[in-house]
Design a protein around this ligand. Sequence first.
Ligand SMILES: O=C(NO)N[C@@H](Cc1ccccc1)C(=O)O
Ligand SMILES: [Zn+2]
Length: 154
Amino acid sequence: PHILPIAKRGEPILQQRAHTVSNVHDPAIQQLIDNMLATMLAANGVGIAAPQVFSPLRIIIVASRPNQRYPDAPLMEPLALVNPEILWRSAETSLYDEGCLSVPDTRVPMERAEQLQVRYLTRDGQAVETRYHGFIARIIQHEYDHIEGILIQP
Ligand SMILES: O=C(NO)N[C@@H](Cc1ccccc1)C(=O)O
Ligand SMILES: [Zn+2]
């Protein structure tokens, strides 16, 4: 896998709605997913969205793990969500200072739903519906904003 350049705030691609992936089995899509993960890990991230590596596609990676940027983050297997749809968000919300790889050296207090229900394709093409809560639900909402062209604002 390759470590790709990360688009920074001001790049037009970060303000555009990304496009649905038509064939998750396309080798180029599989390589993009690998490259997104490698790029996120190299930047000590816990999530990343395809527009951040200049691909206007509806692919996000959620990979929470404790690290120096988020010492109390839960540990999970890195997960790629292709064409994610948020089916439901809890009324209950929580506040947290979020970072963004596209907005370096900045933390922004963001209010997010505490729980959500997501439908997505796995990288193997399986359609799944799952409920998440807490920090992982937060990362999903942050990444989903990216594929909608929404950035946290310092
Ligand atoms: O920029 C990204 N993802 O788009 N990466 C963020 C993800 C994130 C989201 C929400 C809360 C904490 C962290 C990061 O700091 O690793
Ligand atoms: Zn971000």
